[in-house]
Design a protein around this ligand. Structure first.
Ligand SMILES: C[S@@+](CC[C@H](N)C(=O)[O-])C[C@H]1O[C@@H](n2cnc3c(N)ncnc32)[C@H](O)[C@@H]1O
Ligand SMILES: Nc1nc2[nH]cc(C(=O)O)c2c(=O)[nH]1
Ligand code: SF4
Ligand SMILES: [Mg+2]
Length: 210
């Protein structure tokens, strides 16, 4: 299968339990919860997205003919050295494109493979680190994984139901929108009320990283 990738870059993982790790990000094009066009945002299932995932025109993006070609590009971004190779598959919605061939080829190249997914599609079973970020108004079918990262506030989220799912970590990420600090305050207040949850911040935005 070929893969449509919006952009690829070497950075630090900015979010969640793996924050601070050197990582190659692969941002797949396309999502099943929003077209990515501003004129469709108000009518989309997911309306707060902070990411441009349309097309393949970003830095390091393109159409990759097969898994070998995509993994070769990931290896180029990582550079020399095989220690602690870490790749994050994101998007858009990566599970629209991630398949056996890609996961196996990344493993063969020595990568620990993480994914950022909205959870509306089953995540590939051999991925090493599963981060699910449920969206109110969609059905989350992937109810187990390493971390659950809920963007907050998100009216319509059923916290008690989510707390019953099989994740090792439950994280609240303040929504990045015009409300700014009010969303951080709301997330902190919820953590104080429900200690199962912990706060995660988008540190790459503070640091000026991609
Ligand atoms: C752009 S999404 C791509 C992966 C996947 N489609 C998903 O939603 O999980 C990457 C992460 O950014 C989060 N995110 C998107 N927009 C955000 C915003 N405005 N503020 C905070 N987090 C946001 C998502 O919830 C997800 O955890
Ligand atoms: N540095 C950095 N960390 C991230 N963690 C999750 C991201 C994403 O967009 O999926 C992201 C991103 O876009 N950049
Ligand atoms: S599901 Fe993820 S990529 Fe899709 S619109 Fe929402 S935040 Fe953006
Ligand atoms: Mg991002």
């Amino acid at each position: 299968m070929s893969y449509a990738v919006k952009e690829m870059f070497l950075t630090l993982q900015g979010e969640g339990v793996q924050a601070g790790r050197r990582a190659v990000f692969v941002r797949f094009a396309g999502c099943n919860l929003w077209s990515g066009r501003e004129q469709d945002r108000a009518s989309a299932v997911c309306r707060f997205c902070d990411t441009d995932f349309i097309g393949t025109d970003g830095l390091g993006g393109g159409r990759f003919a097969d898994a070998a070609a995509l993994v070769a590009a990931v290896e180029d971004f990582w550079g020399a050295g095989r220690e602690r190779r870490f790749v994050v598959l994101t998007g858009g919605e990566p599970m629209l494109q991630v398949d056996d061939a890609l996961v196996d080829a990344l493993h063969d190249a020595g990568f620990f493979v993480a994914i950022e997914s909205n959870g509306t599609l089953p995540v590939h079973p051999r991925i090493d680190w599963v981060c699910i970020s449920p969206k109110a108004g969609s059905e989350t079918v992937q109810r187990r994984g390493d971390e659950l990262k809920l963007v907050w506030p998100q009216p319509g989220s059923d916290l008690s139901m989510i707390e019953g799912w099989a994740f090792d970590h439950f994280l609240l990420q303040p929504m990045d929108d015009a409300r700014g600090q009010a969303n951080v305050d709301a997330a902190m207040a919820l953590v104080m009320e429900r200690p199962r949850w912990r706060l995660t911040l988008q540190t790459h935005k503070m640091l000026g990283l991609r």
